[in-house]
Design a protein around this ligand. Sequence first.
Ligand code: HEC
Ligand code: HEC
Ligand code: HEC
Length: 121
Amino acid sequence: MLDGGRIIGGLAILIVGVAGPLWLGAARGVKTEALPKPVAGDRCIEPREEMRKNHPALLASWRERVVRFGDRVHHQDDGRDVRISLTGTCLGCHGKAAAFCDKCHAQAAVTLSCWGCHEQQ
Ligand code: HEC
Ligand code: HEC
Ligand code: HEC
């Protein structure tokens, strides 16, 4: 005798197991296969997974440091110093914002107001 309940239960676990990571990925807007590779540099400010999660907070702290404290140097965890600049530093490596930042944001339904003032290259 086949146990129908068990089979359905097993199927449900299978579906969640397979689709779960996709749903999570969609929720975080991290469908990034189509993003362009950086035009320069081999390492980001922080490791990639950190950047995915923390770049809004990092940018907010960069802005605060420049606007409130006139501090334009970021000391990276790996000991290197970089100039604090959205256009010069972030886009200096990542290229055009439309192709990198905005492309990923479109998938996550995020719209930035930054490019009215900051040059997007
Ligand atoms: C109304 C205009 C305006 C908007 C909109 C704006 N900024 Fe700025 N931002 C400035 C100005 C002015 C400075 C100070 C520039 C300086 O002193 O070099 C600054 C400085 C910064 C800095 C540090 C210096 C630099 O050149 O990067 C960062 C980082 C930054 N903003 C990020 C952002 C982000 C991210 C957004 C969007 C969420 C944003 N800003 C939106 C005007 C704006
Ligand atoms: C020295 C070059 C360099 C600088 C400067 C830089 N990045 Fe990166 N960034 C990279 C590299 C390399 C990766 C990893 C790409 C990979 O693994 O495919 C990356 C990854 C990322 C990711 C994750 C993308 C993904 O596909 O998962 C985000 C978001 C990001 N950077 C945003 C920023 C922001 C915002 C700034 C400025 C605060 C910045 N980066 C500055 C080189 C740089
Ligand atoms: C791999 C995808 C990805 C890339 C690439 C990416 N972002 Fe984001 N970004 C997100 C997601 C998802 C959010 C919204 C969730 C969050 O706040 O973490 C976000 C939020 C932000 C916010 C906060 C917006 C708000 O209204 O609060 C800023 C500012 C921002 N990103 C700037 C940038 C800049 C500048 C770049 C390019 C240098 C960039 N991002 C590249 C995925 C990405």
